[in-house]
Write a protein that binds this ligand. Structure first.
Ligand code: URP
Ligand code: ZN
Ligand code: ZN
Ligand code: ZN
Length: 460
């Protein structure tokens, strides 16, 4: 059974070109000049873009965090992702202190396997650096997990000391793994947060005020130096501040294997959202925090120059009513995280509409580069013969308004409520199966398969 996607503009990092795409079973069989291919069935993509499915390399489904769990399960979260044109997520298995990396991996397989609408992989959060953890990093690679997230933030939870980071980086260098870093100086931040609370400043905006951008810049620089000393590849996650971007750009200019991602919330939202009255700011509490708007132009520029090479969401949804509420009266107890997995492709398409990004760069930052960065290319991240038929047909002239009333994420608010978007997902195929079309969701939460990933494909 073959399907022809005809009449569309296929988008790759080098731009858009008119082509027909033939899908045979789970894979792309051919990409040809318009009118040169035929299939058993045809999907008309006239006037639309044909994109490689989005790859969101940073999500947290069912994550135990802040005394609760993020509310999207693998099932609801991957379904919402599919609605928004994302056909692969890479989520984080979370090592609890006192447990092993391999048992953690088993635990995350038990949560996700058989429960995903799209394909998925894992990174590993290392929160307990010891001889066994270091040894097991190598076994994780055999299990398809070659990227390890560490935290310079959240003392007492996921935080690692500089010495622990150094040890993990030495191991990463040895085995070819990539260290992903949450770069904020958590020790200094906790002091500022305690001082603010003691002074009676308890509202959500304090979350932003006590996590200044300098402390993201400082931690980013420190992580880069540790990576330089050890020779480890480094990927800075959820970069939000101009200061951190400058440190990444400098390291990259010197030829160091340093990479970074940003997220739509840092491109579109700001500390003004955190300052919304009546505790509404709690909806926007995530770490690093939303910044002053002046950082946004730098982030867009970073996306153009490739100092920011990936856009992910850091999707980590907590309900406003019963979860964010835990921090009313003490901003430090608001669970950290925001929803967004459904809207990344649309929000970044707005960057194209606004002239911030080219079409090619949209696809590169949201699909092609994450595929290469995390060892999925060319199975994922490209429309080419032999690749998985993960395909998004995107209507660039449709209009939509984002809202919790209409989104598919399992959370009671939208961080982008009322945002007017030009462009909309029309049809989504996951390994050849139509999972979203104008008649709705036709996928299944047993369809998604675990992706055993190879190592970072950008390493020198
Ligand atoms: O606030 C955030 N970002 N929550 C998710 C966990 C993390 O640090 O990525
Ligand atoms: Zn983080
Ligand atoms: Zn995260
Ligand atoms: Zn709830």
């Amino acid at each position: 059974m073959t399907t022809l996607i005809s009449g569309g503009q296929v988008v790759s990092p080098s731009g858009a070109f008119p082509a027909d795409v033939l899908v045979d079973g789970e894979t792309i069989a051919a990409v040809g000049a318009p009118g040169t291919l035929s299939g058993d069935e045809t999907i008309d993509a006239t006037g639309k873009y044909v994109l490689p499915g989005g790859i969101d390399a940073h999500t947290h489904m069912e994550m135990p965090f802040g005394g609760t769990h993020s509310v999207d399960t693998f099932s609801t979260g991957t379904t919402a992702a599919a609605w928004g044109g994302t056909t692969t997520i890479i989520d984080f298995a979370v090592q609890a202190k006192g447990t092993s990396l391999l048992s953690t991996l088993d635990k995350w397989h038990a949560k996700a396997d058989g429960n995903c609408a799209i394909d998925y992989g894992f990174h590993m959060i290392v929160s307990d650096v010891n001889d066994q953890s270091l040894k097991e990093m190598e076994a994780c690679i055999d299990g398809g997990v070659g990227s390890f997230k560490m935290f310079m933030a959240y003392p007492g939870v996921f935080y690692s000391t500089d010495g622990e980071i150094l040890l993990a980086m030495q191991k990463a260098r040895e085995i070819g793994a990539t260290i992903m870093m949450h770069a904020e100086n958590g020790i200094a931040i906790d002091q500022l947060a305690a001082q603010a609370f003691a002074a009676g400043n308890v509202d959500p905006v304090q979350h932003g005020l006590t996590r200044p951008p300098e402390l993201e810049g400082e931690a980013t620089s420190r992580a880069i130096q540790l990576a330089k000393v050890t020779g480890s590849p480094l990927y800075i996650v959820h970069l939000s501040a101009s200061q951190a971007l400058a440190a990444v750009a400098e390291a990259r200019n010197e030829g160091q294997n340093v990479f970074a991602e940003t997220c739509p919330q840092y491109l579109y939202l700001s500390i003004e959202d955190l300052a919304k009255p009546d505790f509404e700011g709690a909806k926007y509490v995530a770490s690093p925090p939303l910044r002053e708007k002046s950082h946004q132009a730098d982030l867009w520029r970073g996306l153009r120059t490739n100092d920011l090479s990936v856009v992910s969401t850091d999707h980590c949804p907590f309900c406003f009513k019963d979860q964010k509420e835990m921090g009313r009266g003490d901003f430090r107890a608001i669970p950290n995280g925001m929803p967004g997995v459904e809207h990344r492709m649309d929000l970044l398409h707005q960057g194209v509409v606004a002239g911030q990004l080219t079409l090619g760069r949209w696809v590169e930052t949201c699909s092609a580069t994450p595929a290469r960065m995390f060892g999925l290319y060319p199975k994922k991240g490209v429309i080419a013969a032999g690749s998985d038929a993960d395909i998004v047909i995107y209507d660039p002239s449709a209009r939509q308004t984002l809202s919790a009333e209409t989104h598919h994420m399992n959370v009671d608010y939208s961080a982008y409520e009322g945002f007017e978007i030009t462009g909309r997902v029309h049809t989504v195929l996951s390994r050849g199966r139509v999972v979203v079309s104008p008649s709705g969701f036709s996928g299944s939460t047993s369809h998604g398969k675990f992706l055993s990933r190879s190592l970072n494909q950008y390493l020198n």
